[in-house]
Design a protein around this ligand. Structure first.
Ligand code: 3HC
Length: 309
């Protein structure tokens, strides 16, 4: 009998996913809500702190389903079915029949710990919990759970619809049932899953944080955009570091750099400017077609105003 690869769980332990609960309705959550409903064809329930955020997510999902229909990827009946499978609530008690609950709120440890402790009051005992954290410790996120063994990391990449990779994080307490369910779910979502350990940045962000950190170091030290991004364009990356920073979100980018710097200060760089840019909300100026024309004027003023340690 062939041996299971090291780190891979027995797939027989995987639990069925018949209803998905999603905590958060932001940039990433709304994208993978669409993926869950399309690939798993099960009810998907989103929750967030207020109905306005949920309505924005719902509008995005309906819009994307309409685009899939226009592109001929799905028919009219399927579009209607998918729309009907997505619902929202501001009440966590509605998660009482969710067997897969995934969280994608802002990257703050205590907020994530508290929301999982709350969900555990309502979700079924057999439910598996997943976090889409980019760089926080999955063990730490699960530390207020009564059953931390049910928590697994499940890290998507933006744009979720097109990026084939998914990092499945086995924390020290994650049990085989949670890991097997995560691997089966990744397969059903048609993603290519890699099992990683619970270490800062897992695999991808550890590498990405070097690239983005070096780019921010260069920006902080006065290197023009044409050199940092223009220089890398012909190198063949699908996106330059500054475009990537805007894609993942400047706040998330700043958080990723901070986490890596805190864990490995000799190898990573953190940038105060990036935090100021995140508050400003913009790094790049673009023309009407979306092509980058330079730094945004407000961003440039922030960058020229001071440098980071
Ligand atoms: N949302 C949904 N779909 C999108 C999209 C978006 N934001 N951007 C592009 N797409 C879709 C398009 O609709 C198109 O779909 P179709 O084939 O069905 O028509 C398809 O992707 C290709 O789009 P384009 O023709 O515009 O393709 P490009 O060649 O410009 O590629 C890209 C776009 C795939 C986004 C490419 O630029 C790329 O790979 N960029 C790098 C992205 C990346 O590295 N992401 C990881 C970020 S790190 C992260 O998320 C982790 C976090 O923890 C920090």
């Amino acid at each position: 009998r062939a041996k299971r690869p090291a780190g891979a769980p027995d797939r027989k332990l995987a639990r069925p996913v018949t209803k998905v609960g999603i905590i958060g309705a932001g940039l990433m959550a709304r994208q993978f809500a669409l993926l869950f409903v399309r690939r798993l064809q099960v009810p998907v329930l989103l929750t967030d702190i207020n109905q306005e955020r949920l309505d924005l997510a719902l509008a995005y999902i309906h819009d994307q389903i309409a685009t899939l229909k226009e592109k001929g990827r799905i028919g009219d009946d399927e579009a209607k079915r998918l729309n009907a499978l997505v619902s929202t609530t501001t009440n966590l008690s509605d998660f009482s029949d969710a067997d897969w609950v995934i969280e994608a709120i802002f990257e703050e440890l205590t907020a994530k710990q508290d929301v999982f402790a709350d969900v555990e009051k309502y979700a079924p005992d057999s439910a598996i919990f997943a976090t889409n954290t980019s760089s926080l410790s999955v063990d730490a996120i699960g530390s207020k759970l009564l059953h931390p063994e049910r928590l697994v990391g499940f890290h998507f990449f933006n744009p979720v619809a097109v990026m084939p990779l998914l990092e499945v994080v086995r924390a020290s307490k994650t049990d085989d049932a949670a890991l097997a369910t995560a691997m089966d779910t990744a397969k059903a979502l048609q993603k290519s899953a890699v099992i990683t350990t619970d270490s800062p940045g897992f695999v991808v962000n550890r590498l990405l944080a070097r690239l983005l950190g070096e780019a921010m170091h260069a920006i902080d030290n006065g290197t023009p955009l044409a050199v940092i991004d223009g220089g890398l364009k012909p190198f063949g990356l699908p996106m330059t570091p500054c475009e990537l920073l805007e894609l993942v979100g400047l706040k998330v980018g700043a958080h990723v750099l901070d986490t890596h710097y805190a864990a490995f200060p000799d190898r990573f760089y953190r940038s105060d400017n990036l935090h100021a840019l995140a508050d400003h909300g913009k790094l790049l100026a673009r023309d009407k077609k979306g092509a980058v024309t330079g730094f945004d004027k407000g961003a440039e003023a922030i960058i020229r105003g001071g440098s980071s340690p």
